[in-house]
Design a protein. Structure first.
Length: 255
């Protein structure tokens, strides 16, 4: 997956660039549908060999400029991308899965990355702040009703110190994480590789790798667990998954 700090300009040869302030439908591949509201210079990069069905509504505030949106090949990508700010990056990696989400970016110099072969049934992803980062790793599975936020959206102020106390914080969802339906992931949290977040949980603190977390707030209720997309995986797949995490040294020696 694309990590923060990578020179995205060096990847531009793989993508078709569109200036959204001078956008024309005729320039798009037939499988790409865009609804664009943009008055300033913001760039969309679509994979040069775009095969996926793309249906995205873009909305940029009047003062938003210098934003870059990268959409690589996916089975399909449907959603809305709202940007109110400048010099932000959204990168959607190639995937053999479907992605449906609303992405809201507010502020300056923020980044949102969605890793390879990740599926999103329906999610709202908010990156808010100055230099905030939201990362979703490779091969994750997000169900419906998911909300992930790097900010509380409104300030909480310590009146005696006369200062804000709830600044934005990064969110990192590691590779191969399953987030079940109606989960909220709040700012400043990391979910480790291979973990599972149970339905209707609220993640307020970091969750270690290969763990099952549940509740409000979410807490680890079982360790040394992961998941499969299959409802009844064959033993060979179970062994493959277990071998992977054992080789990665992520399993705890528990009785």
């Amino acid at each position: 997956m694309v990590e923060a700090g990578l020179d995205l300009a060096g990847m531009a040869d793989r993508f078709m660039r569109f200036d959204l302030s001078a956008f024309e439908d005729a320039a798009l591949p037939s499988n790409v549908k865009l609804d664009v509201s943009c008055k300033s210079s913001n760039d969309l990069y679509l994979a040069s060999s775009q095969r996926s069905k793309v249906d995205i509504k873009f909305k940029f505030s009047d003062r938003s400029a210098g934003n870059k949106i990268f959409v690589d090949n996916a089975l399909s990508f449907r959603g809305t991308i709202n940007v109110n700010g400048s010099n932000n990056i959204v990168f959607v990696s190639e995937s053999d899965q479907k992605l449906t989400c609303t992405i809201d970016v507010r502020g300056q110099n923020n980044s949102l990355f969605i890793g390879r072969n990740t599926s999103i049934n329906q999610a709202n992803l908010l990156v808010d702040g100055d230099g905030s980062r939201l990362t979703i790793g490779d091969e994750c599975m997000l169900s419906y009703g998911i909300r992930v936020r790097t900010s509380d959206s409104h300030a909480i102020i310590d009146l005696k110190k006369r200062q804000q106390i709830n600044h934005s914080q990064d969110v990192v969802i590691g590779p191969r994480v399953w987030i079940a339906s109606n989960v909220m992931v709040l700012k400043g949290t990391t979910i480790g590789e291979g973990s599972v977040i149970a339905a209707a949980s609220v993640v307020t603190k970091s969750v270690p790798a290969v763990s099952l977390a549940a509740g409000i707030p979410a807490r680890v209720i079982r360790k040394n667990v992961s998941w499969s997309r299959a409802s009844l995986p064959k033993q060979a797949e179970i062994d493959r998954i277990a071998d992977h995490f054992e080789e990665e040294g992520l399993l705890d020696d528990l009785d």
